[in-house]
Write a protein that binds this ligand. Structure first.
Ligand code: OAD
Length: 228
């Protein structure tokens, strides 16, 4: 607790929270990983072997993601930060920016952001709203061929992990929304919250791989349940 009144609430969000904004999840029957092999588009090896295939996968995905708009679940989480009763942190596995568009201020993109690229030459992160190819120069060092989508590939370290750990250590209420609870380390965050004595809440379309770790569970569309 921050003081006698304010509770620290940490949301961990996954693809399910953005489903009602029209974005695909990963592991549902129509999910991205049912149509694409992770090994082809979401690993460092794939990026070294076939950078243009990987870049074009994220260029296409980016078009859908950037045209999406927040739904009532994103908006309700953003609204909660206006309450003096809660200090809100959003840890999101999503590479979209719907939490920010909804007005959330304290958002940790542990799996990166699709509207950004990182330069493998100078290490700087920049915004990239359009398509990126092997010819696109880094806006900082001007070198071509070094821009990688700022997305954490399988096997890479998460971003903002220290900040996420800090939020979990001080967490009073942990709410998981729209994630299958299958990808670590994010799927382990609820255990850390439990060990700190936090109340744990799951909101998901259906029971997930880690539902048993939650004290309160609500199943149905996030766009209805989160505002309620
Ligand atoms: P998944 O596709 O694994 O899980 C999405 C969850 O959302 C499922 O449990 C669905 O039942 C639920 N869901 C679907 N529609 C919903 C709705 N309208 N309301 C509430 N829940 C709904 O996606 P994630 O758990 O986010 O990583 O996947 C985690 C990571 O795996 C992603 O960040 C991505 C992927 O590989 C990277 O790309 C680095």
């Amino acid at each position: 607790m921050e003081n006698g009144k304010t509770k620290n609430i940490v949301f961990l969000t996954g693809a399910g929270i953005s489903a009602e904004s029209g974005l695909s999840t990963f592991r549902d029957s129509d999910g991205l990983w049912n149509n694409h092999r992770v090994e082809d588009v979401a690993t460092a090896e794939a990026f070294v072997r076939q950078p243009e295939t990987v870049r074009s996968f994220y260029n296409e995905l980016k078009k859908d993601v950037l045209s999406a708009r927040p739904n009532p679940a994103h908006l309700a989480i953003a609204k909660l930060q206006e309450s003096p009763l809660y200090h809100v942190t959003v840890i999101t596995q999503n590479v979209d920016t719907l939490h920010e568009q909804a007005g959330s201020e304290n958002v940790l993109h542990i799996h990166g952001r699709i509207d950004q690229v990182v330069c493998l030459n100078c290490g700087k992160v920049s915004q990239a709203l359009g398509s990126v190819t092997g010819k696109t120069p880094c806006p900082f060092c001007r070198k071509e061929g070094f821009l990688k989508p700022n997305i954490v590939f399988f096997g890479e370290n998460l971003l903002f992990l220290d900040e996420a750990q800090n939020a979990l250590e001080n967490c009073d209420i942990f709410v998981s929304v729209g994630t299958s609870g299958t990808v670590y380390p994010a799927a382990g965050f609820v255990r850390e919250a439990l060990l700190r004595g936090a109340e744990t809440v799951e909101i998901n379309k259906e029971e997930s791989a880690y539902s048993f770790l939650f004290q309160k569970r609500f199943y149905g569309p996030a766009g209805k349940i989160v505002p309620a």
